[in-house]
Each structure stands twice: as C-alpha cells, then as structure tokens.
Design a protein around this ligand. Sequence first.
Ligand code: ATP
Ligand code: MG
Length: 279
Amino acid sequence: MAKTIAVVNQKGGVGKTTTSVNLAASLAFHDQKVLLIDLDPQGNATSGLGFDKRSLEGSIYDAFAGKTAIADLVKPTAMEFLDAVPSSIDLIGAEIELVGVEGREMILKNAIAQVADRYKYIVLDCPPSLGLLTVNALSAADTVLIPIQCEFYAMEGLSQLSDTISRVRQTLNPSLDIEGVLFTMYDSRIKLANDVVDEVKKVYREKVFHTMIPRNVRLAESPSFGKPALLYDFTSRGAQSYINLSRELLIRNGILSESSPAQQTAEVLGSVPSGGVLS
Ligand code: ATP
Ligand code: MG
C-alpha cells in the first residue's frame, strides 16, 4: 500500500511544486514506484514533467467529476518508476461544482484507494489555498510535507495551516501525521534565513528535515525543459539536495539505513528512453 504525502502550504511560491516534482523523481530514482498527482489548476507540476497541458487527454478533474477512474488517468513519465496524474484548468470549477455534494472531501481518498497497491509513494502537489482541493489532499494523505521559504513572512499562515491540519484530524482523517517541514530556497549567508530556521525549529522540532534546499538556478530552469532537476542536471546542487531529501525521508521511514550506499547516476541514465541526461 502506498504512503500518501501531501505537499501543502497555502502560501504561494514557497516551493511546493518544485518539491513535489523533485521529491517524487528522487524517490523514483531510489527505485520506489511513485505516483505524482497534480492538484493545482495552475498545472505547474504537469508542465514541469513535460506534459503539454493543451493536448492532455484526461486530468484529475475527471476523477473529481466522477467521469473517469483514476487508474485511467495515470500517465507514464520519462522515469520508469514515476507516473503522474496531470491537472487542468477545469479544476478551478471543481470547488464550486462540488458544493453540496455529500462526501466531497473524500473524493480523492476514494479515487486513490483504487491504485494505492501499485505504488510505494503517492505525492500530492497542492494549490496555494486551504480550499476543497487541499482538504481532499489532507483527507487522502497519510502525512503532510510543509515546504517553507526562508523569508520574513514565512511564519505567517503556518498557524492557520496547523489549525486546518488539526480540524482535518478531528473530522476527516484522525491519523494524519506530519512527514516533515522542509526549508526551501535557503541561503545560509542570509541572517534572516537562519532566524526563520530557528523560529520554525522551536515549533516543529524533530519534524524539520536536516536537508535544506538551496536556492539553485537549475531547479528554476528544469521545469521549462519538462524535466525534474535530476534529469536536467544531475550534478547540480538543486538535484542533489532533493536526492538527499528523498534519502532522509526513506531513512526516517525505515526503507533505507544510514549506511546504505548512495544510488548511482547510471541507474537514472538507464531509466531515460533516449537522449543524454547530463548533456
Ligand atoms: P504556487 O503556490 O504558485 O503553487 P509553489 O509553492 O508550488 O507555488 P514553486 O512553483 O515550486 O512554488 O516555486 C516558485 C518559484 O520559485 C518557481 O519559479 C520555482 O522555479 C522557483 N524555485 C522553487 N524552489 C527553488 C529553489 N530552491 N531555487 C531556485 N528557484 C526555486
Ligand atoms: Mg505550485
């Protein structure tokens, strides 16, 4: 049975999609079969994995609309161990269309149950809001991964997110846990970034990942090539930091041990259909 991880922060632009795509790819790199579901009508994870949003047949909207089973919406990606369910702009309408529908918070959970035995991890890229799509993600998830950008307003909204998680625990999903808090776009030379890290650690303590994601231009560039960073520039600090994050997560989950050797590049090369990965 897959472990479902929702990547959530209602603040925009903090690195949710970058984390969803690159964590999913890095888990796949560690031979974990992964399904990434794009729950954001913006479809950034969809285009970041190389799908053309205009010519897609089927998206997660069709599962919310009850038109298509999720198994029929799953698409392969350039990585053997990574599948995806794309999003589309129609998803904007889902929140309104589902008003009054009984069990509307559980649609995603029920959909995922049909494919959960095919994967080790299901990663949910959430939109920047705490609306119905995010509530569906929180209801369906085993854990929440919270990316936090190390900037002045980082703490703002975190208490609102904690309240939402508590409310979901009380009603829809009692066993919802926190996978971890991840610092993104981190620059150790900036004092403010370190102050933010200290503040967040006071609240989330051991839930904070040791791995921090640096600001790295390759991470920002790779979506425009439709690739996760490890297929775009494997040796970049950005790609390597997400590989480290996936390793830390797999160690925390008891899948890898501290002494497991690091995965080799050749295995990524082997999983790409054509063309040079490192060129
Ligand atoms: P939204 O709330 O709109 O969904 P988001 O939380 O998903 O945004 P991203 O889209 O992942 O955030 O990142 C916002 C922008 O910052 C993007 O242009 C992305 O390429 C860039 N970015 C994210 N992480 C990094 C990083 N570590 N280094 C450099 N650029 C980054
Ligand atoms: Mg996003």
